[in-house]
Design a protein. Sequence first.
Length: 893
Amino acid sequence: MKIWRGLAVAGLVVGLGGVAAGRVEAQRLPGGVRPEHYSLTITPDLKAATFAGSETIDVVLDAPSKTITLNAAEIEFGAVKAWAGESATATANAGILRSAQNDNQRGGGAANGASDAQDAVVTLDAAKEQATLTFARTLPAGRVTLAIEYKGILNDKLRGFYLSKTKARRYGVTQFEATDARRAFPSFDEPALKATFDVTLVVDANDTAISNTQIVSDMAGPAPGKHTVVFAQTPRMSTYLVAWLVGDFKCSEGKTDGVAIRVCATPDKVKLTRFALDSAKETLHDYDRYFGIKYPMAKLDLVAVPDFEAGAMENFGCITFRETDLLVDKKAGALAAKKEVAETVAHEMAHQWFGDLVTMEWWDNLWLNEGFATWMETKEAAKAHPKWKYDQDAAVEMDSTMDEDAGRTTRAIRARAETPDEINESFDGIAYGKAGAVIGMVENWVGDEVFRRGVHEYLTEHSYGNATAEDFWNTQARVSGLAVDQMMRSFVEQPGVPLVRFGSGVGEAIPVTQGRFFLAAPTTRPVGNAAWTIPICLKDGGCKLLRPEETMLTGTTGAAFFYANAGDKGYYRTDYSVGQLKAIVANAETKLTVEERIGLLGDRWALMQASEGSVGEFLDLALGVKADPNATVLESALGKIGAIKARIATDGDRKRLDELVRREFGGVYVGLGKGGRHESDENADLRETLFEALGRAGDPKVLAEAVSVTNALLAGQKPADAAVVDAAVALVAAKGDAAMYEKMLRVAQTATDPDLKEDALHTLTRFQAPELVARTLEYAVSDAVRSQDRGTLIARLLSRRETQDQAWAFVEQHWAEIERKATENSGARIVAAAGAFCTVERRDEVVSFFGAHPVASAERALAKSIDSINDCVALRAAQEPELRQWLDAHGGQ
Ligand SMILES: [Zn+2]
């Protein structure tokens, strides 16, 4: 799955995932039963929002038993039978085309053919999402076939088999990860219980159907006005990767390495599929070579779904996406939108090997899926689009992940995940960002080709099966001959970020200490003695493995310039001796890469928040990079100055900080000149970054230009200066009136381009006039907004200082309605956004409100939000006088 990035709150990474309703107890299946094959016939009724299911499951019993327990949720059971031996269809399935009529008789029909078939009594345990089938006569050990007739509902909660709507019609689509296949078919719904699947869909005559594999037969009937679509048998795979979609999809088609690739959307949007198709074709070819294992399915479909909770989902051979993550205008689309699509396609396709072909044994090792896909998406997208700065994005992302991981309430990469709530909450910045960074650190240490060979061996050994963390790092250790197992274990099993401190050294040895870093003042830190095995890679000096007990970094070159995180590939914070730091800062622009400069800024900013260094020292460093030729570095510095304004400064000091930004950066902006046909991308990026920062700081010339750019845009004219359009609209909206709001609302409601629609929707949250904030909040819970977007709109208003009080009052007053109408994920998003408050009063309100109204899958999110508020309060108390002093000394009024 790919986390959807619609919300970025300073210092917070918001974790998403499908969410279960209510609290559910730990509930693994009892074991002793292994499924081998499912035969499913599903007949949806889109109008009634229901479906009928008929399935047979071939299982193997380890011992004789009178009961079999499997997973089922919101399923109404009909006839259930079992008999010893194989089903008639299971052996005949592979490669044989069956008539639609025969096919339709599979489930129940097969049961009639078995002479020793017996009926089951079904007992439901709704809390455990399980059904127990009890039989009068003991079933023998060995092969048993179950035949189950059942009914289910097409829900509106974006999970299981659910309903999605456009203006034109209804669709039935699936999202099973993590634990929702059980809502579509009774199943042994755990990742290690792999089986093969035959899927048959009985749909309306004019409807299309898509599933994991290619269609092997499509015939009219059985009822008038219906047709029956039979899909080829899948390879062995986990239940959470099964998928099907019913409705009216149109596709663009291509082929790579003999594999048919389609990118599909609702008919009005098929024109936006070309870019993703090109990306998918190139990525498939690259991955075939990288993994040294050919893509394991005969076809690959990538399908955009109008209502979709996550960013995308890697169903084997049938990847589903939020529309914004797959559809973009190949010619006119914004660069940011294209980047997102290329990256998401690369992420989900990496899962076809890492996740689908080889799957984690259990959800506690979810990081094996998500960490790898997160790392691979950047590698592949950067290779395909070398000018799009993916490596810089990765450096920015690692910085924010380390901030998230430096809280007291973080978790280890591998952590308990037993209940659906715990499993869903583990789709967070640790499983994605941190695990991805750790994998990148391993590759950087052992070398690209050695790492690739390790990946190939691991995948080959576990193809169509399951694996654990140990399997991965033992293989990498064996192939590389390095202590990858020790290194990875220390990062995967211990929570938190290492801080590595270097002392002044002589010759070839440098004193070094390490410990766990907390983004909090020393007095509030827990004590502990965590230590890691860390490959420390020196600038121009190779990597040295620092073990927990070591206090000297030996074999260093003793060169005058010492920088201990080459390429910004290491997942650790650094602190240097005074002399080392002075040399680094003095040479930052000439000797450090862009990623290293981003890392340096991040480390100093983090140390300041931990009360090591003052806000003034950090501002000196940030102003020192004001003429940096790279926009990402500049943006990083300005973003942190913005955080000082929001989290540390008083109202009076906020004005003085604005003046400082105008004074220091105004000249740099003017020096960049105007945009034009021959402007370099880098210059345009720098101008955009400074335009936005100066506008926020109240620069009158920039604000006047923002108004004229926005007016032209709203009047339907092509913007004269494309680089600053987004920033201009955001700036003007902050002070915008009802007339402008109306225009933006109309775009949000009528745009057919998903990217433009989402931009407009998000721009609504920029308006700060109280009556417009109220309108956006009301709009968020109205039927005009898709349920996947409700929580995001509220969370965005809640995360900004200017609107958070009003948004909080609304949340408190309208909670019942929000809970009822939004997807449960929205609740977790809102809890996370509440962490942007910075007062003791609000903290207490947040604690008591969510104490009284617990939110599913948001237990850790709440703890983190409270942590974050506490840290902000402490930071303000410690640094606010420092800030005033520094501003006094730097000429502010
Ligand atoms: Zn993923």
